[in-house]
Design a protein around this ligand. Sequence first.
Ligand SMILES: [Zn+2]
Ligand SMILES: [Zn+2]
Ligand SMILES: [Zn+2]
Length: 322
Amino acid sequence: MQTVGGGIIADISSGLEPVPVALEYSSQEKLDELQAVHTRYIVHSIIPGREDDRACYYDGCDCSSTSATNLCLNESRCGCIAMHGCYYTRTTPPLLTLLLDLQPSNSPTPPIYECNSSCACPPTCSNRLVQHGCRVPVRVFHTGTARGWSVQVMRAVRRGEFVCEYAGEVVRAREIRKRRWGEGSEGTGTGNYVLCLREYVCVWLLLILYILEPSENGAQALRTNIDPTTTANLGRYINHSCSPNLSLFPVRVDSVVPLVGMFAYRDIAEGEELGFDYAGVIGYGDEVAPSNGEETENGRTRCLCNAGAGVCRGWLPFDARL
Ligand SMILES: [Zn+2]
Ligand SMILES: [Zn+2]
Ligand SMILES: [Zn+2]
């Protein structure tokens, strides 16, 4: 990592993201504290057994064209769109955004399937977004309060735009329990959370069928646990908010294990802090397990978001099963 000027690292991703991820720190002590825990920057979640495995689980489309701006947007032409649906659109001025209005609020969203490494289409096709990494220049900074580190956007973001992934290590529930309660879990005190993405599937159909109500009746949840403590992207610095401006969506590229894409749920002004609802905004319920070092009561952690009285729920969600 290179330090530029007093207290700003120009890009903590060291060029891995397509846009700079700046980090501003108030003291060397704060930076040392942070870097002792967050030891590795990654762009995409690390799926066990796949770190060096580029094999793709899915078939690809055979779209190809030299004028490719609208490639893989049309189900009559693209096998990926015909099979999995179309979730992205191109707006004017040209910007690839998520079709948020496809889903009524508070209903679960099916996963997004992007074009993958089996596809014939180029990296510029309209069905590749999350796989390219963070799209919006951001600044990580310390709030100087108990909320700790936070992330603000350095330009205005339009509703539906992809901001960044919530990337970390994909871990099994048993491993989370070991990390939280077993040896070596003491004293991290970094206020980080394991994000548990739950997608509901009806297994009796032997097909992945996403039901319309976030209920476990007749369906089982597919869980993907992402631990961002030591190995993560900028997503680990984005705080919970009871009035969030980001939504999380499962996004599959080459693997059946989804990546978690964070999209703007509404227009976001330049300089605004990013926040997502740890209890889920659209559709599936994602839950979190508090790490050590935060004010807790009966296993719950006090919410420090700025949403205000009547909107803030007071406590963060907590999955007692972990
Ligand atoms: Zn295609
Ligand atoms: Zn494509
Ligand atoms: Zn494709």
